[in-house]
Ligand binder design. Sequence first.
Ligand code: EPU
Length: 418
Amino acid sequence: MDKLIINGGKPLFGSIEINGAKNAAVAILPAAILASKGNCIIDNIPNIEDVHCIERILKSLGCSIKTNKNCATIDSTTITSLSANTDDVRKMRASYYLIGALLGRFKKAKVELPGGCPIGVRPIDQHIKGFEALGAKVKIMHGSVLVEADELIGTNIFFDVVSVGATINVMLAATLAKGVTTLENVAKEPHVVDVANFLNSMGANIKGAGTDVIRIVGVENLTGCSYSVIPDQIEAGTYMIASAACGGEVTIQNVIPKHLESISAKLVEMGSEIIEDGDSLTVKSNGRLKGVNIKTQPYPGFPTDVQQPMSTLLTVAKGRSIINESIWESRFKHVDELKKMGANIKVEGRTAIIDGVDKLTGAVVKATDLRAGAAMVIAGLIAEGTTEVLSIEHIDRGYPNIEDKFKAVGADIVRVYE
Ligand code: EPU
């Protein structure tokens, strides 16, 4: 397995280009299944393992996919199978979007239950509630979700919890339903809006994405379109936090600063300077930052997906910081790794209490999941001495060329291929 070797303690200067959003791309690619005519040409797709996984799954269903750099052309008129049951399906979370997309277009699907990062219990009851409300029969048998409907009919659905996955999945199924579907208490994340925009470019009639209520007027069919995925809010947030942690001055390019407001606000509260300029922002930090409290929340609150990178920064901030992780109950698995480097953190249930130390010291640590991996890379960048980050296949699932991006701003980081 590859590993990253980092010699820490260097300030970062320069600029980092952000790629397309993972959690938008892994929904938009399966959403292309809904097009019964024409090709979907999707640009700004990040070169990450989760995207490769979804592309392999789509091919296994019979889709034709041609890729050129960050652009994929998908022809889903050639689909021959409604059953997704490869290792890739079991390995990743976003494979659940195949259920909504196949159900929407073919009124039938069999998809193995999804995998994903071990960050807590990850039920799909709200997805199922939505499919059933639209008229589908849903069964879970032998590890697969089986859905089938004679027809899908629009209705009102009020979600019991705010769920990114359920919002997008039910939206996929409802675009071709008869009549009007109203989804209430929905997720407002930028990637929910991006998927709705993509579907509208294919001919769907979806309004309200980005608010609490999404209204979908069913259409007869969808056709291919050209679309560009939004920049990755979480990748950008990770590099912003790394820049604040290392000190220096880094411009994060190709971002939508509005999507990053909760992260910018926290970094400013800690003592960093953030300068927004069109589609880029610059993070300036000089000296030790001060500790803050954080509660993760659905958008526009502080995103759970940068909680782990942020916790690394807080290990060396002045004073006490308290993190309340309200989305995923097991998203503190990286804490034991940070402790190996000298961090002073106590976890009680969903709360982590961090007392800032003067410095971290290099150690051999592992990426326990995707964002934990980013947290350990940041830890290596700020630590005294050498850090080896193992199990970096987790990082490759969501961060394109992480070592190259850090190297370009002055970090001493190399990938060792084993
Ligand atoms: N939930 C339910 N029932 C459901 C669905 C969700 O109770 O049917 C609960 C979950 O247990 C959780 C909360 O609702 O407590 C939010 O879960 P959500 O459905 O929003 O999460 P997800 O769709 O499974 C996506 C991202 C995650 C990100 C969360 C929250 C993708 C592929 N994954 O997961 O991303 O943490 O939204 O923003 O979009 C990551 O990128 O590192 C990552 C884990």
